[in-house]
Design a protein around this ligand. Structure first.
Ligand code: MN3
Length: 236
């Protein structure tokens, strides 16, 4: 090796080593920028026991849904954050940039968030219906709670394949719609946008054990376990 090419070789080797070191240190510390932790998804503690929603949603469905499906979304999105060095430092930033994410990061981030939101929207049957400011908003946007349910049931029934039905706030107005797969109304490219107030999982894994092909029956019984106090707390 001539002196010139030896110098170039050493320079290239140093550059390559530096690149690898930077990459490794980003992965090891899970930081995107110096001192700023990249956002990680965590799974909420289930706010009820698996059997508490019976007979509307059965215990085995809840257990498999929470411990298998939801846990997998959490693990997979956090794996993607590390593997792809996703630099976002908040949930908001994550969803504001949903259209730029890989399919793995986007689908699993949606799955992680949507299920946390779903569990926290549910409680044992027998609680109070919507009241106060929430009830006023429902009445002024839909006419009545029954009209809201009618529209929501329609959106949830007609969502072709897997997805979610949503009640969202858009300013003072409440709206209903659905999204495909694990998309949600916080995504920058969502079919329905707004502040999520209530969401219903209409993937077959959410109801098939008990209801098989009877999605409308699952949707109808879902109303018995909605935690309206929680829904109201999301209306700012
Ligand atoms: Mn699900």
């Amino acid at each position: 090796m001539k002196d010139n090419s030896r110098r170039q070789f050493i320079k290239n080797t140093i550059a390559a080593t530096a690149a690898v070191t930077v990459g490794t240190s980003l992965i090891d510390s899970s930081t995107a920028f110096a001192g700023v932790e990249a956002f990680k998804f965590t799974q909420v503690t289930l706010p009820f026991k698996y059997a508490d929603l019976e007979p509307n949603i059965d215990a085995l469905t809840n257990e498999i849904h929470y411990t298998k499906h939801h846990t997998a979304y959490i693990k997979n999105v956090n794996d993607a954050i590390v593997a792809e060095n996703i630099p976002y430092t908040s949930e908001k930033q994550f969803f504001d940039n949903a259209s730029k994410l890989s399919a793995k990061a986007r689908n699993n981030a949606g799955g992680a968030w949507n299920h946390n939101f779903f569990w926290e929207s549910l409680r044992a049957p027998g609680g109070a219906g919507p009241q106060g400011k929430l009830l006023d908003a429902i009445n002024s946007s839909f006419g009545s709670i029954d009209k809201l349910k009618e529209q929501f049931n329609d959106a949830a029934t007609k969502r072709f394949g897997s997805g979610w039905a949503w009640l969202v706030a858009d300013g003072n107005k409440l709206k209903i719609g659905s999204t495909a797969n694990q998309d949600n109304p916080l995504f920058d490219n969502a079919e329905l946008k707004g502040t999520p107030l209530l969401g219903l999982d209409v993937w077959e894994h959410a109801y098939y054990l008990k209801y098989q092909n009877r999605r409308p029956e699952y949707i109808a019984n879902f109303w018995n376990v909605v935690n309206w106090d929680k829904v109201a707390s999301r209306l700012s």
